[in-house]
Unconditional design. Sequence first.
Length: 157
Amino acid sequence: MDVVNWQEIRLLLAALQESDVTELTLEFKDFRLTLRKGIPTELSSTPASPVIVSSAPPPASAEAPPPPTAPKSTPSHWIDVTSPMVGTFYSAPAPGEPDFVRVGQRVNKGQTLCIIEAMKLMNEIEAEAAGVVTEILVSNGQSVEFGQVLMRLDPTA
């Protein structure tokens, strides 16, 4: 591997997150990549062996804030738009530009809803179905976890 293909690494991260595999290591001449899921580790970096860690949310601890007292129930037909990775949520394509979507807006299948930045890569999150944005549950610049609900769509509206 002469040049790191970040698109392929991104695909490996997505595949790892959707599988039961907890660790994957690839080694080439002067390059080593270890992907781990659900295992708390420290990042270590040496020129010949970068480590990229993808981890599940940490277990709840006694120091964690309590969950909201009365979680809102949502209609069963609403679609949860979840984060496919750990990263930073951005509601607009760039600072000072309008948000991709807002509550009450109709969206089409494939329309960009937001961006998740992970490892300096901007990943556009697209609508899996047409509908109306009913809730946006995270704010611009907020850190998000894998599987965290970002917003909800009502496909029947």
